[in-house]
Design a binder for this molecule. Structure first.
Ligand SMILES: [Zn+2]
Length: 113
């Protein structure tokens, strides 16, 4: 996967493939595979992971965006533990269905032709 963009309609996010990603975990910095930065309209994905994991991580961050992670004041909309489980299941499910049924992506493309 290369640097690219995700068009959400209201905003276009940059997708950056980066060397190393650290996020604030429970009191310490932890290595993560991806993150979404709503303020900077950027999704970052760790470079040194399998291509399949990169795509799955991209789906994961997209689902985070779609469910509207934070309010304007940065407070959480959902319980973070519930959100992670939900996002994990949705991203796995979306990628699974699209991978097993690639004609769906083609059918969507044809709608705009
Ligand atoms: Zn997540």
């Amino acid at each position: 996967m290369e640097d690219s963009e995700i068009n959400f309609g209201s905003r276009v996010f940059k997708v950056e493939i980066v060397d190393k990603l650290l996020a604030q975990g429970a009191g310490k910095l932890e290595k993560v595979q991806g993150e979404i930065d709503h303020a900077q309209c950027t999704i970052r994905i760790e470079k040194n992971i399998n291509e399949q994991s990169m795509v799955l991580t991209l789906f994961h961050e997209i689902v985070h965006h779609l469910i509207g992670r934070v309010n304007q004041d940065d407070s959480e909309v959902l319980n973070p533990k519930f959100e992670e489980a939900f996002v994990e299941n949705m991203s796995e499910g979306l990628m699974m269905v699209l991978r097993l049924n690639p004609w769906i992506a083609d059918a969507i493309k044809e709608l705009d032709e």
